[in-house]
Design a protein around this ligand. Structure first.
Ligand code: PAF
Length: 284
């Protein structure tokens, strides 16, 4: 399918279409996005089509998950291109609300998830997970999909959303899709567009360093040795500041201790290259 999907901007129009599909006995998948789409998002649309008859993608650059000093204004936007790509991937409907639809005057609710949102991004971007959990709770409630798909590139976000959906009894299955990478291993991200050509070349060091860290952890080296070695290599390549390289349990997000890491461990990285913050994670 390559037709551009219809775009709806109100909750009523979204619900009308989803209700019509449901009346016909059809299943619905949702892929929430902030636009500036890449192959990672499109792979989620295609995965959604293996689990449902129709995929709804949302495009909403969510101001609630950006701190005032972050890149909300600069965040790449391009609805026409996004709609074209979504149509080619088989998406049936785009929900692209304005900020006033999502957060009308008087909006005063925030969804906060304890536990898994604590470390890493929770420490470095204290407003982030509250903004994400709030908007995703709203999107899932507005659309009412059977399944919703999120990329494992934002692995901690995936855990936060899973926890939130479980805790709020949302009748939706949360599915994680594998990280899609460029040929040199760099995880696809809308923010990669910020990188200059020189920075893009240096960015390839990040997956290489992390692959070595994973290898060392698999061989039984303690996280307490592997983490600083990876930080040192990233700094030598020109990254800085390096927010973290840390091994955590892939379900509880508990920080892994000084001994060898066990099954289910993941190693997480966030590092700046110029004005671009890159994040990624790997299963150990
Ligand atoms: O991962 C993203 O693009 C966003 O955080 C999400 C899940 C669409 C919420 O705004």
């Amino acid at each position: 399918m390559s037709d551009r999907p219809a775009i709806v901007r109100t909750v009523a129009a979204l619900r009308r279409q989803v209700a019509a599909w449901r009346a016909a006995g059809e299943r619905v998948a949702m892929v929430p996005t902030m636009g500036a789409l890449h192959e990672g998002h499109l792979s989620l649309v295609r995965l959604g089509l293996t689990r449902a008859d129709h995929v709804v993608a949302s495009i909403f650059v969510n101001p609630a998950q950006f701190a005032p000093h972050e890149d909300f204004d600069a965040y790449p936007r391009g609805e026409g291109r996004d709609a074209q790509l979504l149509g080619e991937a088989g998406c049936a409907l785009i929900f692209a609300p304005d900020v006033a639809v999502m957060y009308p005057d008087g909006f005063s609710t925030r969804v906060l998830v304890d536990g898994v949102s604590g470390p890493l991004e929770g420490e470095k971007r204290p407003q982030f997970f509250g903004g994400v959990a709030t908007v995703v709770a709203k999107l899932l409630n507005q659309c009412g999909p059977d399944v919703a798909l999120f990329g494992e590139k934002d692995y901690q976000q995936l855990l936060v959303i899973r926890r939130m959906a479980r805790d709020l009894d949302l009748p939706v299955e949360i599915i994680g899709g594998p990280t899609v990478r460029e040929a040199d291993g760099l995880a696809m991200s809308s923010r990669n567009a910020y990188l200059s050509a020189d920075e893009r070349a240096v960015a390839a060091v990040l997956p290489a360093v992390m692959a070595e860290a994973v290898e060392a952890l698999r061989d039984g080296a303690p996280a307490a040795n592997v983490e600083p070695a990876a930080i040192e290599r990233l700094a030598a390549a020109g990254f800085g500041p390096i927010d973290y390289v840390q091994a955590h349990d892939g379900e509880t997000m508990e920080r892994l201790g000084p001994g060898p890491v066990g099954p289910g461990a993941r190693v997480f990285v966030a590092a700046w290259l110029g004005k671009t913050r890159l994040i990624d994670n790997w299963a150990v």
